[in-house]
Design a protein around this ligand. Structure first.
Ligand SMILES: O=C(O)CCC(=O)C(=O)O
Ligand SMILES: [Mn+2]
Length: 198
């Protein structure tokens, strides 16, 4: 079974061994576009290396990290850095919807359709067993796919500017996710993922 969520539904979506919240128009268009400009100019974007098959390669995207604690992500140690004030308001808006608190944010900048994020689970021990991760999109829309690790069942979203997708419950234990490359002409997309590091 393959289900697409484009722009129709808002609210909690139950899925086997997990839960998602989807609000395609969480931030209205003008505000999202203004936030894209602020984020692209103000965040300290870096292209960080990761180890792949024993070799150091640059990640196919830029990133910035803010949080009280350091965070080990894909073998990278991201050092603590305090949350910029202009992210505090977005953080509390995401907290209200998710009903959880966040103390950190990983920001991703996909420069074009060739930038991507491979299949992974955000299941680092410091996120706890049932983390809520709130993901906001600004700029270009991109396809986002989830796949159940045992059944192979998939869910697919077109993450447009201003959309909010929350992965909650056991989602990170049972579902992998990816933001695939695309051959389509794509401008830049910024993604903020709010997390709570224990
Ligand atoms: O860009 C996205 O929507 C996904 C980002 C993601 O999965 C992550 O930062 O762990
Ligand atoms: Mn992720």
């Amino acid at each position: 079974m393959y289900q697409n969520y484009l722009f129709e539904q808002t609210g909690w979506i139950s899925l086997p061994d997990g839960a998602l919240y989807w609000q395609p128009r969480f931030i209205e268009e003008h505000e999202a576009s203004a936030l894209f400009d602020v984020l692209s100019q103000k965040l300290p974007w870096q292209q960080l290396p990761i180890k792949m098959y024993g070799r150091e390669v640059l990640q196919p995207r830029l990133q910035a990290w803010f949080g009280d604690c350091s965070y080990t992500y894909s073998g990278l140690i991201l050092s603590p850095a305090s949350l910029p004030p202009f992210l505090e308001q977005l953080k509390s808006r995401c907290e209200q919807v998710s009903g959880t608190v966040f103390n950190s944010v990983l920001a991703n900048l996909y420069r074009n359709g060739q930038d991507y994020m491979g299949w992974h689970q955000d299941n680092e021990p410091e996120l706890g067993p049932t983390p809520s991760i709130a993901s906001l999109t600004f700029g270009e829309s991109r396809r986002f796919v989830l796949k159940h690790i045992h059944t192979g069942e998939k869910r697919e979203f077109e993450l447009g500017s201003g959309s909010l997708l929350i992965m909650a419950g056991k989602t990170q234990s049972y579902w992998q996710h990816t933001l695939p490359k695309t051959a389509k002409m794509k401008g830049p997309r910024i993604n903020l993922t709010f997390r709570n590091i224990i």
